[in-house]
Design a protein around this ligand. Sequence first.
Ligand SMILES: [Zn+2]
Length: 257
Amino acid sequence: MPVTPRLLQIDLGPGVLAGFTTRENGVSVGPWHGLNLGDHVGDEPGAVAQNRRSLAERVGAPVRFLRQVHGVDVLVPDPAVPGPAVPDPVLVPDPGPQQGHDAIVLRAGAGAGAVMVADCAPVLLADPQAGLVAAAHAGRVGLLAGVLQATVERMRALGAQPRRIRAAVGPCAGPCCYEVGEELRALAAEVLPDTWARTRSGTASIDLRAGCRQALGQVGVRRVEVLDRCTVEDDSFYSYRRSSITGRFVGVIRSLT
Ligand SMILES: [Zn+2]
């Protein structure tokens, strides 16, 4: 029997379970070895399903995964449509097969939501007082397109207050390693100046973490914890930059109350 997945837990307030998975304690093998939670990366479907089941058991609820497209659309599952029964919590389908989403906002009791990443930034948010939690997939493209602002806006529309929201930016490609051309760095900095960075060797790079912090600040979210874990250098995590055939880890969140 596989052991329980490891979750790097983050405190986002009372009644909120939030964290980031690592590669540890999964059943995938080969280039995906470990707790691969991506079902679109060539891994054995049965292994992914087992890993997702283990995650659901770890968080104590079915976990909704998204069809991520580096966009800004936010899924708010209809509370009138119940999730699957707990014995088969694995595949809660994205309701529109055609439509992708890069963030999910969940009300209390609506189960857990996850975003899959391998160098992009997983961002978790919570306003426990409003009973709302969210997860967003913020790679360079989605971040610059405004996925984090869109997520906070949806939370606000449902009763959250930005000044109450606490957020965490999880492991992602750090500015040390996220090398890009100078033109791309300049384009990103036009939208979010704080993304401007240099790699350790002095070449142009993008700072996703600083960009996430800046984007959240633009919509009034200032309580942001940033994990200083670079996926490219830290093989506790999957990294697309390190190897193009690889798995995905997740940021996962659930409101317990
Ligand atoms: Zn690095």
